[in-house]
Design a binder for this molecule. Structure first.
Ligand code: EPU
Length: 319
């Protein structure tokens, strides 16, 4: 980090406090904002409660040149034990709304809305297609950034358009074909996601409920209720990371407070107070052992954020 950037961070708090509609916390532990319950402090943790606070905030962050990133529910993100020497921005109150869209069978939801709330809103209106979201602990914004999904379905596939603020500060609506996505990735994570319009299908309440029950049944095979980040690795083409880890005999493998779930091998659990260093060490150990046993290279699914900001992302469909 540059010397002047350190100074920028010192003085940034004053400029942040001058913007109405922000809830600002300094040196906020990220372990409190990630489902895995690990990670050091964010220099600033800013919740944007008012819609009109966003433009001045992002303008300030751009001009200060400090590292910043958007965070949703923190269910698929790992920070380091050093934390994040920059600004974490979370869409707050004004970004949680869910409403019916102008076109039939569409709903519009804010980036900060919980995916399960979106699912319930759709269900009450007899609209199906987002049932896979039941039990995915995260926000719509986070889900779009990582193209969250389950059971072969994902959020980007049912998304008609996404309203964003680009890195240059422009408000843009990206329609279908204007954002790229693939299995568990999307190029929307480069933008600050504001809201999305989902295109759903009218269906009988019993049929919707049956699909929800099916997804909830799958969840029973997972260590729900423990501190985890969901699946740690992507499924390799034609295979399942959980099965490979299980077959390699790694269930229960532990480094201090972090261990490979004995219920579903693609989950790692933090018993409490575990470090990110231990999580990363366990992930490396699992990757090495699976490679040695099966020849398959596991790719990380969770987003690992270095202390001073994110490295440039490869193209969403590249790699
Ligand atoms: N398996 C094992 N041992 C295990 C776990 C799984 O042998 O410990 C086997 C299962 O028996 C099955 C196969 O591996 O034959 C696949 O397992 P499962 O059906 O549980 O689904 P998954 O592919 O591991 C995916 C998503 C989950 C999502 C479920 C349910 C990925 C990486 N994971 O898991 O998403 O909840 O399907 O739809 O795509 C997440 O993304 O964080 C996540 C948890």
């Amino acid at each position: 980090m540059r010397m002047d950037q350190k100074q920028d961070l010192e003085t940034l708090g004053i400029a942040l406090a001058a913007i109405p509609g922000l809830a600002i916390r300094e040196r906020e532990p990220l372990s409190a904002h990630t489902s895995m319950g690990a990670g050091g402090p964010a220099r600033y943790f800013v919740e944007v409660d008012r819609r009109d606070a966003l433009d001045p905030l992002l303008e300030l962050l751009r001009s200060a040149g400090v590292p910043w990133m958007a965070l949703g529910g923190g269910s698929n993100t790992l920070f380091s034990d050093e934390g994040f020497e920059g600004v974490i921005v979370r869409p707050g109150r004004d970004f949680r709304g869910i409403r019916e869209g102008d076109e039939p069978h569409t709903i519009v939801a804010g980036a900060g809305a919980n995916l399960s709330a979106v699912m319930n809103f759709a269900k009450r209106r007899g609209l199906g297609g987002v049932e896979f979201g039941v039990g995915i602990p995260g926000t719509l914004g986070g889900a779009l950034a990582g193209n969250a999904g389950a059971g072969g379905q994902d959020i980007c596939s049912i998304t008609e358009s996404v309203g964003v603020l680009t890195p240059e500060g422009e408000r843009v609506v990206r329609g279908r074909g204007e954002f790229k996505y693939a299995y568990r990735k999307s190029d929307l994570k480069r933008d600050f996601i504001l809201e999305a319009t989902l295109r759903l299908c009218p269906d009988a309440p019993e049929a919707i409920q049956a699909r929800i029950d099916g997804h909830l049944g799958k969840r029973k095979e997972q260590p729900v209720g423990h501190r985890s980040a969901g699946c740690m690795f992507k499924n390799p083409p034609g295979s399942a990371a959980g099965r490979l880890i299980d077959q390699t005999g790694l269930k229960g493998l532990r480094i201090n407070q972090i261990w490979v779930s004995d219920k579903h091998a693609n989950f790692m659990i933090n018993d409490g107070g575990g470090s990110v260093a231990d999580i990363l060490a366990l992930m490396n150990r699992v990757r090495d052992e699976v490679r040695a046993a099966t020849g398959v290279e596991l790719e990380t699914e969770v987003r690992v954020v270095p202390p001073a900001g994110l490295p440039p992302e490869p193209d969403a469909q590249g790699e």
